[in-house]
Design a protein around this ligand. Structure first.
Ligand code: ADP
Ligand code: GLC
Length: 482
């Protein structure tokens, strides 16, 4: 049956709030293209993109037994890009306006929702004709699957040959809840330990996942190193050091069937490294679309796309915007998140009509248009486990200016090195960010050199096939015969 079963709370094109969705829409199909039979389990959200996808109901009342002895789930299934996708449905948990939180904070019952989800995954896996060789869970929402399996495996031969892998996409989100919820989770008392699910008197779901998984990965080699130290370890560095023998970094890829200006369905005009002119047409359309000044057609336009959160360093951009806008250039920001940052950006926009455009919201097609229509991509992240938007920016010929951290370090060759594809600065400080932008603007002035850098960036390949090979090697190292 299935050799690898992925567990995730987001999967593009069905559901997405950020990079996790992109990864889970691309990695499982890449694994399947390499000849491994693959399935994904994900929640059935009320708000999902089901355009053109036919779902069939496989179980109308799969017994889960949590939080009440009689609780059941609905399971739907569809085929997508060579893999099978199972959706776990229970209206009271997943039929909501958002996936995890509203502007007022996290849903109060997030722990219960994802305990339910993780239990459902294992119940569903037991209904399959044979157990998967690997169950691979992602981030805190799926994090109880490895510990549940670990303790079931001890007394149940069904799981003897199943190994578990946890991938950390963002260590800042650990799924930390009160001790009461540990007792509700059904994990055995022995898991309540500093070597297990307990963390300063709380339940820590991601920590439990790391403790009881056979292998742990993060989404770039640099981040795998960084999280072992106090600056990026989010309090877990000591524990992670004790688990370092089973930790490795595997760099994400980009799904070039979705993110390539040569075939992008959201762009007014396609282009590639051998015909870069199309990028200028995209820029002109974008300026029109956002009612920006025509005079920017031959001036540098800088773009930012991302969550308006401290992680992404949006406050650093806000700090330097007044100084930056003194220059002859345009800036576009697309994002949503912290209300104070949204408000400050909108306030600043009033001061620079036609040159500073702030789009508050989450709009997939605009992200593509901005990638194509801008000249320089801004990514001043404080930390970045991998980062996908800078990888897309390279392919779209929009050299990034980024902090030299995590996956940004692993994907950008910084100017003025031979083969440069972008610009980096050492620490997330506004002065250093500003200087790096000035360096990029200086390079932009030298048109021939700039076009060479753009073409070079566009030719960089971060394929999912490469990442898929690394994951398959890891699965084999764990003993999976695939
Ligand atoms: P993270 O997962 O930390 O948010 P990534 O760079 O890995 O960062 O992935 C972000 C993904 O979310 C990209 O596909 C990006 O285009 C998308 N994205 C982020 N913010 C927005 C937005 N406001 N509108 C549309 N897409 C967005
Ligand atoms: C997380 C990280 C981001 C990474 C993404 C996909 O959201 O913040 O850096 O690219 O996961 O792995």
């Amino acid at each position: 049956m299935y050799e690898v079963l992925y567990v995730t709370s987001e999967m593009y094109p069905f559901s997405k709030t950020g990079g996790l969705g992109d990864v889970m829409g691309a990695l499982p199909p890449a694994i399947s293209r390499n000849g491994v039979r693959t399935a994904v389990v994900t929640p059935f959200y009320g708000r999902m993109n089901l355009d053109g996808h036919k779902l069939r109901l496989v179980y109308s009342d799969l017994h889960i037994g949590y939080p009440w002895p009689s609780t059941t789930a609905e399971i739907y299934q569809t085929d997508y890009e060579g893999i099978s996708v199972y959706f776990v449905g229970r209206g009271e948990y997943f039929d909501r306006r958002h996936y995890y939180n509203t502007h007022n904070g996290d849903y109060f019952d997030n722990c219960e929702r994802f305990i339910f989800f993780c239990k459902a995954v294992l119940k569903l896996a037991r209904m399959l004709p044979s157990p998967p060789a690997i169950i691979h869970s992602h981030d805190w929402q799926s994090a109880l699957v490895p510990p549940y399996l670990y303790f079931e495996r001890a007394g149940d031969s069904f799981w003897t040959h199943t190994k578990t892998v946890t991938t950390i996409h963002n260590l800042a989100f650990q799924g930390r809840f009160s001790e009461r919820l540990f007792h509700e989770s059904g994990l055995p008392p022995e898991a309540w330990s500093m070597h297990g699910a307990e963390f300063y008197g709380d339940l820590n779901m991601l920590k439990a996942s790391v403790a009881y998984s056979d292998a742990v990965t993060t989404v770039s080699p640099s981040y795998a190193q960084e999280i072992l130290g106090p600056e990026f370890g989010c309090g877990l560095e000591g524990f992670l050091n004790s688990q370092a023998h089973k930790l490795e970094g595997i760099l994400n890829g980009a799904d070039y069937s979705v993110w390539d200006p040569g075939s992008d369905k959201f762009l007014p005009c396609c282009y590639g490294p051998d015909a870069v002119q199309g990028k200028q047409e995209c820029k002109i359309s974008m300026l029109r679309e956002f009612s920006m000044s025509e005079q920017l057609e031959d001036k540098p336009v800088l773009g930012f796309i991302g969550r308006l959160r401290d992680q992404k360093g949006i406050d650093l951009l806000i700090d330097i915007l007044p100084g930056l806008m003194e220059k002859d250039l345009g800036v576009i920001v697309l994002g949503e998140g912290n209300l104070a940052y949204e408000a400050r950006l909108q306030e600043l926009m009033e001061n620079y009509p036609g040159r500073l455009c702030v789009l508050v919201g989450y709009t997939e097609n605009l992200a593509h248009l901005i990638q194509a229509g801008t000249d320089i991509f801004l990514m001043p992240s404080r930390y970045e486990p991998c980062g996908l938007t800078q990888i897309y920016a390279l392919r779209f010929g929009t050299p990034p200016v980024a902090t030299a951290v995590g996956g940004l370090r692993d994907t950008i060759t910084p100017y003025p090195a031979d083969g440069a594809t972008g610009f980096t600065f050492a620490r997330p400080e506004s002065g250093l960010f500003y200087d790096a932008i000035m360096q990029a603007l200086g390079a932009w002035e030298n048109r021939e050199e700039w076009v060479r850098m753009v073409e070079r960036a566009m030719r960089k390949e971060f394929t999912w096939d490469r990442a898929a090979h690394e994951y398959i090697n890891l699965y084999r190292k764990l003993g999976a015969r695939i």
